[in-house]
Design a protein around this ligand. Structure first.
Ligand SMILES: C[S@@+](CC[C@H](N)C(=O)[O-])C[C@H]1O[C@@H](n2cnc3c(N)ncnc32)[C@H](O)[C@@H]1O
Ligand code: SF4
Ligand code: SF4
Length: 404
């Protein structure tokens, strides 16, 4: 997914030929997209997931719509279950123990994999909830193994045993484990007592089994002072990368104190600088962060002005990426519960071609507001629409976490 930390600080491969659609193609209104999304949200299937917030606070004005032909996808994130053994203070999932009856069955999971394989998807990331608690996880991983450049599982690491680590070795290219601080006190404050030790043991077992782990820290006001120590921790574990992601104030995270743009800049800057000093690659998914701290990325972004409105970086939703919920609903992204389609009713191809909301996503750079609208980097960044929506109720609003 656009927000998933890329392996390098280079931009993800977003179509360089995707430009502003001609005026004749402009139109279908965002309100129509929202209405379609709200209809899906109102269905019984979607209700129990607590995601029926679609019609709240979204703008009604018409947007330009561009068409994107699908030939290759970069990234698909699939939350295979909403069930989890933890209830983290920052988690975007409100109901972590919610009923799993409505999850896709194995046949539907295989059909999803077949469809995204047919589109030459490079990376499939399986998350949740806690994906290792899904009864289908092993069948799904076995089915997906070898079909992607990267098959990643994103886990809290607490339930990993030597046996599960060995099984993962046969299927995944990487296991991303969440570590939300550099010590037990900080991590456990968010994730519950004992879970730092459990996650660290999980990482050790993965390494023993020959699985490549990655660590991701979700950064907020309560742990920002530990980012450099987190980089050291990743280094001490022998990992090549440390991933940082600012908290998006959705779900449980609405209760947390937000990180100011300046705090975020200082925090991420310190971590990246420290990484350079000790030879660690520190990645943050936010494109404005890459533009600030990575000269190559900045130079590339600056060239887009000359390229006159071509999208070359930033959130790739609807362009090279999409997100699937556990019940087969395609939503805008894990942090932005606007529904785009239902895989139980339509094929992926049909949803990709006809979803009004995905069309809105494709043309969103031309319709941004505030400083994101006037920013010279809007075609390389465009901010995070989930952050804008979570903080203002408007997906088009400026990303107030950006310091540029
Ligand atoms: C939803 S979890 C699912 C996988 C697994 N249960 C875990 O905790 O890693 C995936 C990642 O999203 C992060 N996350 C959850 N809520 C978030 C939020 N509101 N903002 C930013 N990241 C969040 C988690 O910390 C974790 O790294
Ligand atoms: S809207 Fe934000 S969180 Fe969602 S995929 Fe795009 S960049 Fe990532
Ligand atoms: S962040 Fe992961 S482990 Fe924590 S409650 Fe959410 S899904 Fe569960």
């Amino acid at each position: 997914m656009g927000c998933f930390p890329s392996k390098t600080l280079d931009y993800p491969r977003i179509s360089s030929s995707w430009t502003r659609p001609p005026a004749s193609q402009a139109l279908p209104a965002l309100s129509a997209a929202i209405a379609a999304s709200a209809k899906l949200a109102a269905s019984n299937r979607a209700d129990h997931l607590g995601k029926a917030e679609n019609s709240i606070g979204l703008p009604k004005s018409p947007l330009n719509i561009g068409e994107v032909k699908m030939t290759e996808l970069d990234y698909v994130q699939w939350d295979i279950t909403s069930v989890c053994n933890l209830n983290c203070k920052h988690c975007r999932e409100k109901a972590t123990t919610s009923n799993a009856r409505d999850n896709l069955d194995l046949q539907q999971c295989k059909s999803l994999i077949d469809q995204i394989v047919a589109w030459k998807t490079r990376t499939l990331s399986v998350a949740g909830g806690e994906p290792l608690l899904s009864p289908l996880i092993w069948d799904v991983l076995a089915y997906g193994a070898g079909k992607f450049e990267r098959l990643v599982i994103s886990s809290n690491g607490t339930t990993i045993t030597s046996e599960t680590a060995k099984r993962l070795k046969s299927y995944v290219t990487c296991a991303q484990i969440s570590i939300d601080g550099a010590c037990a006190e900080t991590h456990d404050n968010m994730r519950g007592k004992g879970n730092f030790a459990h996650a660290m043991r999980g990482i050790q077992l993965l390494q023993d089994a020959g699985v490549q782990p990655a660590v991701r820290m979700t950064v907020h006001g309560g742990n920002m002072h530990e980012v450099t120590a987190f980089v050291d921790l990743a280094h001490d574990l022998g990992l090549p990368d440390a991933y940082l992601r600012r908290v998006i104030p959705s779900g449980n995270a609405k209760q947390l104190s937000p990180l100011s743009a300046q705090d975020l800049k200082r925090t991420l800057g310190e971590a990246i600088k420290h990484g350079q000093e000790i030879g660690m690659h520190v990645a943050s998914a936010d494109y404005f962060c890459q533009i600030t701290f990575n000269q190559k990325a900045r130079e590339k972004a600056e060239k887009t002005q000359a390229a006159n409105g071509k999208v070359i970086g930033g959130c790739a939703i609807g362009i090279k990426s999409f997100y699937v919920m556990q019940n087969g609903i395609i939503a805008y992204c894990p942090y932005l519960p606007i529904f785009c389609g239902d895989l139980r009713q339509d094929t992926l191809e049909k949803i990709w071609q006809t979803s009004q909301m995905l069309k809105v996503a494709r043309s969103i750079r031309y319709n941004l507001k505030g400083k994101c609208n006037t920013c010279q980097y809007k075609f390389a960044c465009g901010g995070c629409r989930a952050y804008a929506h979570a903080t203002t109720g408007d997906i088009l609003a400026e990303d107030s976490g950006c310091w540029i």
